[in-house]
Design a protein around this ligand. Sequence first.
Ligand SMILES: [Zn+2]
Ligand SMILES: [Zn+2]
Length: 187
Amino acid sequence: MTRGVSPNHELQKARISAAMKGRVITWGDKITAATKGRPGKRLPIAERFWPKVARRGPDDCWEWQGAVDTTGYGVMSRPGGVGESRKVYAHRVSRELDAGPIPTGYDVMHRCDDRRCVNPRHLTVGIRLDNVRDMWSKGRAVTRHVTHCKHGHEFTPDNTYVAVTGRRQCRACARIRAAAHRASRAA
Ligand SMILES: [Zn+2]
Ligand SMILES: [Zn+2]
């Protein structure tokens, strides 16, 4: 699917990604419907979220139909303070709606390759390796000498996440598992 691109659109996308850095949304955030012509009425975030999702089979990718930022992730807005609209990642919203609040310092990551996908089954919570280095320096990780996963993929920052259990996980392996699972469902 292609989207129309105008200079204004590019500017808008740049603003969105700048505004999103460090954003954390919380479970149960309310969205005012003022911008939808229903001043004063509040809509739960779920009621704004799901109409913008192309839901398919339980194991398919569910693509976000709303705005997408410069890096290809789906975004949506919610009011922040007075007169302030904040941007949040659609896949983070999906995870929170599905499983509750995301622990501080953790990221929501895709197990599939589709950054617009918001299927909760394709999302996982972990810590980016950058943040994990802090943990290591405090001596909490005992496996830091291991440089590759058991299938031989290197634990580079891009290829690594840390599950909520504290264990490092290989993204390449996660993708392979997801693809194999999809294939078995399709067979
Ligand atoms: Zn997906
Ligand atoms: Zn691996």
